[in-house]
Design a protein around this ligand. Structure first.
Ligand code: ADP
Ligand code: GLC
Length: 486
């Protein structure tokens, strides 16, 4: 039997991306289609989403909702994989400048509860037959933005007797979609859903909690993060609920979309390369040094970072290790955007070390590929990291990841200790404790390995041969759906 699944999300690469969620929602459905799952996606009709789809057609009028007149459901196609994408047309909510969460001046929208409640509600409408030609067997919600989809499905099951199972994937427990309790009436959920066994969270509404409570299964994006979020220290206030659902939680690693992230075919980088023909990587490094205004020195160990600049990402720790990198003759390139204090700290470091530190503030897909390809080392010193994708891209590009031992970083990178080097399993640099001495020790291991040419080459080679494709993950998701549909 072909399982039909509807992914519910706020972002999807290449239509709209602010982080790894978009990469996952862009890559998982095509991988599922390859395996015979009929995967579709529903997104808010943000301007770039509408602009990026072809063959858009009207599916249904969903009527008035959340104070809006008529909400329309449309359906388009995303090439090159011909993924069917539903869009929820509510221009008053979604047709705005800025990104999905912040307005043009980086302030959160005041009505995001309604904007994303509508997304979950529309997904449940599709599950209940809004498109007469297709119905999902499973609704798969991603993060808090889609957290109300499982709640609406449960609510409507009561009145209709129709049961559509749901899965929620936690990409990041730190973002919970918490709103004032006074908004509960607007959501059109049964009154008893406002409860500690429901959507209520310390006197507020939490969309993520609703998803975690009402979904039939919970997945998160790495096995280690699946364990971490069930602890008090890393459970962000939801660990109690998560522990009660421990048997329904699965950690499934993200993958690499090899149609987008492959150094042998990547047209965004200076020179394509592969394990067999690695010389192109040096050209990528030289091009990156030139592009960023750094000294053109092939021997300078080049550290790269592509990241949201938030507390999560450990940029403060990276800054604390910067003097050690520079003193040893290394260079640092950072591409990112986010917290003004971190942006300023990075800008200051670049101004103080113009030959060896370069920072580009902003979101730039092409430059992100150039940095992943041109760096010797890609740093991901996150405080916590549900999965992390840049370290996976770095492995594929033979740029050794230097990471903190948490979440998906711990599951995907093997430290270059002498033992691991001897056992031929090392793929990067992993530090255990989130403190300056630990990251500096990892930086020193990176310089030490670089000085041992044959070992360096062997580790780069091994990194490039790691296989973090989407197929294995898609198979794991298929198992989760299977349990819900037999
Ligand atoms: P997160 O989702 O927490 O931001 P991930 O490592 O899972 O972290 O995914 C981040 C994704 O966003 C990667 O594809 C990365 O290349 C991309 N990215 C992050 N910041 C930028 C930026 N400033 N410009 C371009 N791409 C970026
Ligand atoms: C989140 C996490 C990141 C993960 C991504 C995709 O944004 O912070 O670790 O890789 O989602 O699942």
């Amino acid at each position: 039997m072909t399982v039909c699944v509807l992914h519910v999300a706020a972002e999807m690469y290449p239509l709209l991306k602010t982080g790894g969620l978009a990469d996952v929602v862009g890559a998982l459905p095509p991988a599922q289609m390859q395996l015979g799952t009929d995967a579709r996606v529903v997104l808010p009709a943000f301007p770039s989403v509408v602009a990026g789809l072809t063959q858009i057609e009207h599916v249904a009028d969903l009527g008035p909702a959340f104070g809006l007149g008529n909400v329309r459901l449309e359906r388009g196609v995303l090439e090159p994989h011909a993924i069917v994408v539903y869009i929820v047309r509510a221009d008053a909510f979604y047709n705005r400048p800025g990104n999905p969460y912040l307005d043009a001046s980086h302030t959160q929208y005041a009505d995001s509860d309604r904007r994303f409640a509508l997304l979950g509600w529309a997904a449940a409408r599709i599950a209940h037959g809004a498109d007469s030609t297709w119905r999902p067997d499973v609704v798969h919600a991603h993060d808090w933005h889609a957290g109300l989809a499982p709640a609406y499905l449960r609510a409507w099951e009561r009145t209709s007797g129709v049961r559509v199972p749901s899965v929620i994937t936690v990409h990041n427990l730190a973002y919970q979609g918490v709103f004032p309790a006074a908004e509960f009436g607007v959501l059109q959920l049964p009154a008893d859903f406002f409860s500690v066994d429901g959507i209520e969270f310390y006197g507020h509404l939490s969309f993520l909690k609703a998803g975690l409570f009402y979904a039939d299964r919970i997945t998160t994006v790495s096995p280690t993060y699946a364990r971490e979020i069930q602890t008090r220290v890393q459970g962000a206030g939801l660990d109690g609920l998560l522990r009660t659902r421990t048997h329904d939680i699965t950690g499934i690693l993200n993958g690499v979309d090899k149609t987008v992230w492959n150094p042998a075919t990547d047209t965004a980088i200076n020179t394509q390369y592969s394990v067999e023909k690695i010389s192109g990587k040096e050209k990528c490094k030289a091009a990156l040094q030139e592009r960023m205004g750094l000294a053109r020195d092939p021997d300078a160990l080049l550290f790269g970072v592509v990241s949201r600049l938030t507390e999560q990402k450990g940029i403060d720790l990276l800054l604390s290790a910067l003097p050690d990198i520079v003193q040893r003759g290394g260079q640092l390139v950072v591409l990112g955007t986010g917290d003004p204090a971190l942006e300023n700290g990075l800008k200051y470091a670049a101004a103080a070390n113009p030959q060896s530190v370069a920072v580009e503030l902003g979101f730039d897909e092409t430059l992100s590929h150039s940095i992943i390809a041109g760096s010797d080392i890609v740093m991901v010193p996150s405080r916590f990291e549900p999965c992390g994708l840049t370290q996976l891209y770095a492995l594929a590009y033979g740029s050794l990841p230097l990471v903190h031992c948490v979440g998906g970083l711990a599951d995907t990178v093997v430290d270059t200790s002498l033992e691991n080097l001897a056992d031929e399993i090392a793929t990067g640099f992993v530090f255990e404790k989130f403190d300056r001495p630990s990251i500096v020790a990892a930086v020193r291991r990176a310089f030490a390995l670089k000085a041992r040419r044959p070992d360096w080459k062997a580790v780069v080679h091994r990194a490039m041969e790691q296989d973090f494709g989407w197929e294995a993950s898609a198979l794991r998701y298929a198992e989760v759906y299977h349990e819900l549909t037999v």
